[in-house]
Design a protein around this ligand. Structure first.
Ligand code: CAA
Length: 258
């Protein structure tokens, strides 16, 4: 990996830390960075040795949004051809659980990227916002949709229309953030959460992730039916035999992801 890579990958199997690496620009999500990020995540998603991915920025900023300089140069049709939507869809479709480790600014596209992960672990320094309307644009990668589903209309309207930042505690209370951790331990704590996740059965994790995400998109009745079918599928896995037997035998399970 070259020292000037826009995305750093540090394997610590069964987890891996993927770090956005434009610290001087507060990890503004330029096209090259997003392209590199999606490529690295896709490679890791195909790797059975990796059971959870931590996506981190720097201590000062997870990411301060899309690259404003790049956007200032682009016309609407350039945006269309840039295939941004496909990149965001690729992140949404990853199988491997993804933990966003957020410290500092998490704004605009940065917040949308964090919300595309499965859960957010935030340093007490984290600041979440969607300041796009101050630039004359609106959020374009889920900032009006995922945020509203996560924290409800009242707070989402406040964040999107006023540009106000939520601090970590308010974001946790509102339902955007899963855990708030101490400033100095933000990355270690996120890795700890990732190891907890990685210790569980991989097939079950993939199905559980699918089931929870389905809750956003369907009626309760259809969601429950989908959940039940996924449970039967989980039952058919070797990991289910192993997990249930290991419990009865009072030992730790040895999941193979089959
Ligand atoms: N794009 C490009 N560069 C950015 C950037 C961004 N989103 N955010 C920060 N930077 C750059 C700054 O230009 C600055 O560069 P220079 O040192 O070369 O001048 C460097 O990062 C450090 O930033 P500041 O000096 O501004 O740092 P600060 O501590 O004074 O302020 C901040 C921090 C409040 C986050 C401020 O940088 C800021 O407001 N950034 C923009 C946030 C924003 O509006 N994000 C939304 C982008 S639009 C979007 O994301 C679209 C979408 O969803 C589709």
């Amino acid at each position: 990996m070259s020292a000037d890579a826009l995305v750093l990958v540090e394997r610590d199997e069964p987890i891996v830390v993927v770090t956005l690496n434009r610290p001087k620009q507060l990890n503004a999500l330029s096209e090259p960075l997003m392209e590199e990020l999606v490529e690295r995540l896709a490679e890791l998603d195909r790797d059975p040795a990796i059971r959870c991915i931590v996506l981190a920025g720097s201590e000062r900023a997870f990411a301060a949004g899309a690259d404003i300089g790049e956007m200032a140069e682009a016309g609407a049709i350039d945006m269309l051809y840039a295939r941004r939507v496909e990149r965001w869809d690729a992140i949404r479709k990853l199988w491997t659980p993804l933990v966003a480790a957020v410290s500092g600014f998490c704004l605009g596209g940065g917040n949308e990227l964090a919300m595309s992960c499965d859960l957010i672990v935030a340093s007490e320094t984290a600041k979440f916002g969607q300041p796009e309307t101050g630039l004359g644009i609106i959020p374009g990668a889920g900032g009006t949709q995922r945020l509203t589903r996560a924290i409800g209309k009242a707070k989402a309207m406040d964040v999107v229309l006023s540009g106000r930042f939520l601090d970590a505690r308010e974001a946790e209370r509102a339902g955007l953030v899963a855990r708030v951790v101490a400033r100095e331990a933000w990355l270690e704590e996120a890795k700890h959460v990732a190891r907890e996740i990685a210790a569980k059965a991989p097939v079950a994790q993939r199905l559980a992730k699918e089931a929870v995400n389905r809750a956003y998109e369907t009626t309760l009745e259809l969601g429950l039916e989908h959940e039940r079918r996924l449970l039967y599928l989980a039952f058919a896995s070797d990991d289910a035999r192993e997990g249930l037997t290991a419990f009865a035998e009072k030992r730790d399970p040895d999941f193979q992801g089959r």
